[in-house]
Design a protein. Structure first.
Lengths: 343, 363
């Protein structure tokens, strides 16, 4: 076979160009609405985009789950139409933005305390003990403090190993937000953030990394996102809430936490950790879409707002099917009322 | 030389095509080129279309060459610009500080530097002898029918993506280390502080082991190429003097390739320093300097991949940029030292007869 030389290649190229220029042009193709940010709600967002594109074929979405920090940066530089974040934006960043940025809560998530003990016995934990564990002050599972609140569970004499996320993450933010609220000492030593300086333990990357470490290391304890733990059938502990009840995490108990949280701020940058309410699970947090109040592209903004409204009404049903906690009706209405009108 | 003739031929062919209205090989100028006398007609002397092409080609090639400088400069500049804030704020303290606290905004990179150096060094110490031995056995000892399949396997292993190594290490290697290997090491060498302390499985040593496994195929592959480049004359001469196999290798083969082998090791080390995914999955990610190799550690590359996506504050981002800058600097320094080593080793160690012809261009 003869190898085609440069002239026939050139001819092919010309033909291809001609064909491309003749191909029907789609001038009326809908604009692509770009977003970037948190990876924690990404499975739900992907489901929402797909479902909404079926309802309104003129809306097309592209979302990059690059992390909350990346989402905030890209929104600040206006390279995306919306951001998504598991932690509220800092005041300094909000002030640096070219326009007012709205925090729109979409759903709530929770962290569970997963552990590896032989036989996976049920485990109860109190806020004080959780703080002690993650401050590195409980070294063995048969510690009297653990035994006192788990009288009917035989705890083995295993060394207790803390596993935490090594990558910055919204899951870590929710957990450290909770610890900062229940333990002044934690708040002084480590504080809240997507990445903190852990007093003890080993770091693993991603929910799957933490889960892998916990699974393979008897005596390990760590925090995981609720949806991940439920879908992977990992044993997790019941946590004592403000009312003194031990609550197992579930979408319902997280929604309970939302219902009883005080919503005294207008911009929804609220923390729902350690919420009141007898059935509320305490280690929970919101995840937000970040939008400009007055975006430059009106047409895209209208489509985006219509999508957000749909997510907060019909879309919420999809959330619980993926083990995320939907927003309670009262909060939903307040959020919907706060959305800007763009003509 | 042959390539040059071909070019000359190709240009001639283009011109011939322009001149002749009839050509029976419109798509294959090379076939005409062979009919033309090679070397006839110089490129610079040709006028018109040919010289235009010549000039264009020269500019194109020069641009490609210069783009390396442009890319390196851009990379350095961008890293510097990103890290400027951290550089001016922490200064040298960044490299000597051992606290990494994104919440409080205190950043010190010493634990990461330590982890990177220790894990890479251990990995190289483990991988280099193994690789050279493998290469020697494949070029000097192994029966011929086995050489090619093993060679192919080695190349295949070099192509396995980092994250696949990491997954295997996390689910297979680390549990084995925790249950069998580390307790054994502790029993045998527990009197050395390096092997004391609690065993979690994920550790600096686990990171070093996975790096060693990843760079072994690369160094082996390079070493095989290097050993095959040894002139047969050297071996034959040694055989003729009545040398045993071991003496042939020691006297004829190794001195000739020593510097090139070091170069192969340095390439492996370069990969080891920058290795990210697999290491992150098994090293334990704890920014703390602990003497025990069983304790979790952290590397420069790991902290970048872990924290970059979620870094929201400016100081944190700047500190991460400075980590990137540090990593580039470390790699450059190591490469530079290795180059010094490569150029000096033959002078220091090689037998007198071989000093005159150091291996060039092997890296």
């Amino acid at each position: 076979m003869k190898i085609p030389g440069p002239w026939s290649l050139l001819l092919l190229l010309l033909l291809a160009l001609a064909w491309l220029s003749l191909a029907p042009r789609r001038d009326e193709s809908p604009p692509l609405i770009n977003g970037a940010g948190a990876s924690f709600p990404y499975p739900l967002y992907a489901r929402w985009f797909a479902a909404y594109e079926r309802l309104d074929p003129t809306a097309r979405f592209n979302y990059q789950a690059i992390g909350s920090g990346g989402g905030q940066q890209q929104l600040l530089h206006q390279t995306v139409d919306f951001g998504a974040s598991d932690s509220p934006m800092r005041r300094t960043l909000l002030e640096a933005a070219p326009g007012k940025i709205l925090h729109v809560p979409m759903i709530a998530g929770a962290d569970v305390l997963a552990y590896n003990l032989p036989g996976s016995p049920p485990l109860h934990l109190t806020p004080a003990i959780i703080a002690e564990i993650f401050l590195g002050r409980i070294h063995d599972w048969n510690d009297p403090r653990l035994a006192r609140i788990n009288p009917e569970t035989p705890l083995p004499p295993l060394p207790l190993v803390v596993v935490h996320r090594s990558d910055g993450s919204g899951t870590t933010y929710i957990f450290t937000d909770y610890l900062s609220k229940v333990s002044p000492e934690w708040s002084r030593i480590a504080g809240r953030g997507t990445a903190v300086r852990w007093p003890t333990g080993i770091g693993a990357k991603g929910n799957e990394g933490v889960a892998g470490q916990i699974r393979s290391l008897p005596g390990a304890i760590g925090y995981l996102e609720l949806a991940f733990a439920v879908q992977n059938r990992i044993a997790y502990a019941a946590v004592q809430n403000l009312s003194g009840n031990f609550i197992l995490p579930s979408p319902e108990s997280v929604t309970q936490a939302l219902t009883s949280s005080t919503l005294d701020r207008d911009d929804f940058r609220i923390s729902i950790a350690n919420a009141e309410g007898p059935r509320a699970y305490p280690i929970a947090g919101l995840t937000w879409l970040l939008l400009y109040e007055k975006p430059s592209d009106r047409r895209k903004a209208q489509k985006l707002l219509a999508f957000v409204r749909w997510c907060l009404t019909d879309g919420q049903a999809l959330a619980s099917s993926l083990d995320y906690a939907p927003l309670p009706p009262r909060l939903r209405e307040r959020v919907l009322a706060s959305l800007p009108e763009i003509q | 030389m042959r390539r040059r003739e071909r070019h000359a031929g190709a240009f001639r062919a283009l011109r011939t095509q322009r001149d002749q209205t009839v050509n029976d090989h419109p798509s294959d100028p090379l076939s005409i080129a062979h009919s033309a006398a090679p070397g006839a007609g110089s490129l610079t002397a040709s006028a018109g279309f040919g010289s235009l092409l010549d000039g264009g080609f020269r500019i194109l090639i020069a641009g490609a060459g210069l783009s390396v400088f442009a890319l390196a400069g851009l990379l350095g500049w961008e890293l510097y610009r990103g890290a400027e804030k951290a550089l001016s704020r922490y200064g040298v303290g960044f490299l000597t500080g051992s606290h990494w606290d994104p919440v409080a905004g205190r950043f010190g990179a010493l634990p990461f530097l330590y982890g990177t150096f220790v894990s890479s060094t251990i990995a190289l110490l483990l991988a280099f002898p193994l690789s050279v031995a493998t290469a020697l056995s494949l070029t000097e000892f192994a029966p011929f029918w086995i050489r090619r399949p093993v060679r192919a396997l080695v190349d295949l292993m070099a192509a396995v993506p980092s994250v696949v190594w990491g997954l295997w290490a996390m689910f297979e290697m680390v549990p084995w280390l925790r249950q069998a290997a580390f307790p054994f090491l502790q029993r045998a060498f527990g009197w050395i502080p390096l092997f004391q302390g609690p065993i979690y499985g994920v550790s600096l040593l686990a990171g070093a082991l996975i790096i060693a496994m990843m760079i072994t195929p690369i160094i082996t592959s390079l070493a095989i190429e290097i050993l095959r480049a040894v002139p047969p004359m050297l071996r034959e001469a040694a055989w003729a003097l009545g040398a045993t196999r071991w003496e042939v290798i020691r006297v004829a083969v190794l001195p000739y390739v020593r510097s090139a082998l070091v170069g192969a090791g340095v390439l492996g080390l370069g990969r080891a320093l920058g290795e990210t995914m697999a290491v992150t999955m098994v090293i334990g990610n704890r920014p703390e300097i602990l003497l025990s190799l069983f304790a979790p550690g952290y590397t420069l590359a790991s902290v970048l991949v872990n924290e970059f996506a979620e870094a929201t504050s400016e100081e944190h981002l700047a500190a991460l940029f400075e980590i990137g800058l540090t990593l580039v600097a470390v790699t450059l320094v190591v490469n530079f030292l290795a180059r010094l080593l490569i150029h000096n080793i033959p002078f220091f160690f090689a037998p007198r007869t071989l000093r005159t012809q150091p291996m060039e261009g092997e890296r």
